[in-house]
Design a protein. Structure first.
Length: 235
């Protein structure tokens, strides 16, 4: 019985918790701290006046509040106390506007008309972290100036999230294509019953696609999702 429980939950409890903490800390705390460091580096270049100083303090305070909120969310999630719905599209649009203001990289979010909102919170959280990591990779490793995020329902009862940038692209020899960030993205895709693919080559940018069953979007269908992905047997 214990061995079956470990297979269902993805391994021994201690190992599973360690992987989850590593993934969450990387995707949430590290990204927030990186963004704040970029803001402070930009601020150091001036000009220095009372207005810009107040705006910078507000920005840092906002970043700290966001980080605290995400850390609380991590704790609630580990305790199994998370809420059941989440407006992914609206949050990604807000993220895109803020990211563009902070970095100068243009991020566009396109959502198909039939995309449901709100959706299950756990699914939204995983997708939001994947998008955030992919956008950061496009800027930091690919030197992208424009990144497009698309949410769409596709045939066969599946949904697809696509992150496409106009950067210089990556290749397996770069050593970054399967780093910590990419590993965490693949794990998150698997946790919602899906898969993640990367299409990239030198000089033509990078496209990341996450394809997963639409049941992962809907509220109250956890059992059906687990059955379809083979994690547990139906019935």
């Amino acid at each position: 019985m214990q061995a079956r429980d470990e297979r269902v939950n993805g391994g021994p409890p201690d190992d599973r918790i360690k992987r989850e903490l590593a993934r969450e800390l990387h995707d949430q705390v590290v990204q927030d701290l990186t963004a704040m460091l970029i803001d402070l580096e930009n601020f150091k270049r001036g000009p220095f006046d009372s207005t810009s100083t107040v705006l910078q303090v507000d920005s840092v305070q906002g970043g700290l509040r966001t980080m605290l909120g995400r850390l609380r969310g991590m704790l609630y999630g580990l305790r199994g106390e998370e809420s059941v719905e989440h407006d992914l599209a609206e949050n990604l649009r807000f993220f895109a506007v803020q990211y563009t203001k902070r970095t100068g990289v243009r991020v566009l979010v396109r959502v198909s008309r039939d995309w449901p909102d709100p959706i299950r919170r756990t699914t939204a959280q995983h997708l939001q972290r994947i998008v955030g990591e992919a956008v950061n990779n496009g800027r930091q490793h690919g030197g992208a100036s424009s990144i497009r995020v698309t949410l769409r329902l596709i045939d066969g009862g599946y949904a697809r999230v696509t992150i496409q940038d106009d950067g210089r692209g990556i290749s397996p020899s770069d050593g970054t294509s399967e780093g910590m960030g990419m590993l965490g993205m693949r794990e998150r895709a698997t946790l919602i019953g899906g898969s993640l693919s990367v299409d990239s080559a030198r000089g033509r940018g990078t496209t990341i696609r996450v394809v997963f069953p639409q049941t992962a979007l809907h509220l109250g269908e956890v059992g059906l999702l687990l059955a379809e992905t083979g994690i547990v047997e139906p019935g």
